[in-house]
Write a protein that binds this ligand. Sequence first.
Ligand code: PMP
Length: 404
Amino acid sequence: MLDIQKIRADFPILQQKVNGKPLVYFDNGATSQKPQVVIDAISKYYQEINANIHRGVHTLSQLATDAYEIARGKIQNHINAKHAHEVLFTSGTTFGINLVANGFASILKPGDEVIVSHLEHHSNIVPWQMLCEKTGATLKVIPMNEKGELVMAEYDKLLSDKTKIVTVNHISNALGTINPIKYMIDKAHEVGAAILIDGAQSVPHLKPDVRALDCDFYAFSGHKMCGPTGTGILYGKEAWLNKLPPYQGGGEMIKEVSFEKTTYAELPHKFEAGTPHIAGGIVLGTAIDYLNEVGFENIQQQELELLAYATERLSEIEGLRIYGNSEAKTSVISFNIEGIHPYDIGSIIDKLGIAVRTGHHCAQPIMNFFGIPGTIRASFSFYNTKEEIDALVDAVKKAQLMLS
Ligand code: PMP
């Protein structure tokens, strides 16, 4: 069992008032809050070892390089990658997905197929549409059902020897559905296709084991898992990363440059052009240490309790509909109240100190499926409490009274 008050004391932002009310932060799906150890580690880096990495012979450059590579190793262990050079530092999930989609432009031919799902964030749709436009490949979409789940029987039918890559999120940001990715990975491999998992919404809640999953790529963002914004990881199997061309050209990613011919550096540097977010990468390691100290079993237990409690309490409200009720679901509740625009509810409860997300959550195809412009999304983290859920329910009831 977690000592929630002790955990909450680790997050200075949670102690403050917003609009004169204690902050209730339920927008964790957009970005998580940061514990003091992460905030301190950022200033410690700039105060003590700031230097550019992989280039200098001087002491600070070596200290910064070592710290950066130690962080890479921590992330390798965390996701159980076979090699450290399969762990690429990126600026976030979006960058990682674009890197892979761009690489596949050199592989795909007209007539080839790319499979995405109806449950994706725009950043796991648009790069693949751009890829298909560039190459003449066709985009296929795995449909969803009313519960907010992907229809596996339809996925099975879409797969064929034309499929070159499948891309799907581990957990849906808009509905919280946990997709059956192990099944999907094995099925993609049966037809010889690669598969990318968008882990943006899974890494705050669970520890992915990329080797047990056997996925080809796994992309995620640091800022949703207590780390700094502008950080992320793309895991790729060594063979795939060797096969794909570099994404960006520049310093760091070359072996030798001449005007006649340039040769590229070994992994991971081939994909890490330019000066990276050095402090961010190092501190992502600190954030992962913090989450592991809290413990993912504890995190899941707390979050599932919050999900069950919030589902029950919100269901008391007349005219409230929850979208996405898969049995495999993480701590996200997307809902609407009959006759009221989600934005209006969001604005009123903000005045009461409650931060939720309203809108289409960068997942317009899901909103179109339900025939709605958007939802109110409350996404809970392990540092949230049942008392905060009570405050949400009271605030939503108040807003409903005011607006109806
Ligand atoms: N995929 C999913 C499922 C997401 O929830 C998000 C962030 N909302 C992204 C991708 C994009 O992540 P980022 O903006 O950190 O690149």
